[in-house]
Write a protein that binds this ligand. Structure first.
Ligand SMILES: CC(C)(COP(=O)(O)OP(=O)(O)OC[C@H]1O[C@@H](n2cnc3c(N)ncnc32)[C@H](O)[C@@H]1OP(=O)(O)O)[C@@H](O)C(=O)NCCC(=O)NCCS
Length: 194
């Protein structure tokens, strides 16, 4: 297994994994272990892969075929996310919050997520490897990463608290959903991972 930036040829594998664990298409068996709510078009995903360099994947080589994608994590500056209503809302409220007693400044942060790991490799350390690989991709561009976790997604909350060492900055609501706003310094791998 290899952790690397996604290539255009990974697109179908990423979409297949997203379908498997998206709220609208996930199996009832998998639902208690969390699901992704963000939808993305082919055009947006192509831009995220090629222009933003914002997709990190766990890829398993398969003889004579494209690599099998067993995990992906999206991340990009806020400008990329600004057409999604939830992210637009986050952009509006982020300046109201503080991280380590300092007011958040939108331009000093970017948004990570969704993150998705195939059930076959969950709980193996793959989450941490993918998380910190993605964080490393952005450390030269931003000091701070922000994300949201749906409060009903307890597995994701636990993984981001305990394995990724993210800090909870606050909570917010959007539509009928309740979220945690979480943050971490982009050089955190030096402290928690290497
Ligand atoms: C969320 C996700 C990326 C985490 O990766 P993972 O490999 O499952 O994470 P881990 O197993 O290493 O850690 C999960 C933690 O939750 C705990 N956990 C496991 N199942 C759980 C459940 N059903 N409810 C609550 N906690 C649970 C684990 O014990 C572990 O806790 P610990 O850190 O105290 O040991 C992965 O489960 C996933 O892709 N889920 C589906 C998509 C999703 O929900 N993505 C996140 C939202 S964008």
């Amino acid at each position: 297994m290899e952790i690397r930036l996604a290539l255009q040829e990974d697109m179908e594998g990423i979409k297949a994994l997203l379908r498997k664990y998206h709220r609208d298409t996930i199996s009832e068996e998998d639902r208690p272990d969390g699901f992704v709510t963000t939808a993305i078009t082919d055009e947006q995903l192509t831009r995220l892969i090629n222009k933003e360099k914002g997709v990190t994947v766990i890829a398993e080589p398969v003889e004579g075929e494209p690599d099998k994608i067993l995990g992906f994590c999206f991340a990009a500056p806020w400008e990329f996310w600004s057409s999604w209503p939830l992210f637009r809302h986050m952009m509006d409220i982020i300046p109201e919050y503080e991280f380590e007693s300092k007011k958040l400044v939108l331009d000093e942060t970017y948004q990570y997520g969704p993150m998705c790991i195939d059930r076959s490799i969950r709980g193996t350390g793959a989450f941490e490897k993918l998380f910190f690989a993605s964080l490393d991709q952005f450390r030269d561009r931003f000091p701070l990463m922000l994300t949201f976790v749906n409060q009903i997604n307890k597995r994701s909350e636990n993984a981001h608290n305990n394995k990724a060492h993210m800090q909870t900055i606050g909570t917010f609501d959007f539509g009928d959903n309740h979220y945690f706003l979480m943050g971490i310094h982009t050089d955190a791998a030096d402290k928690y991972f290497r």
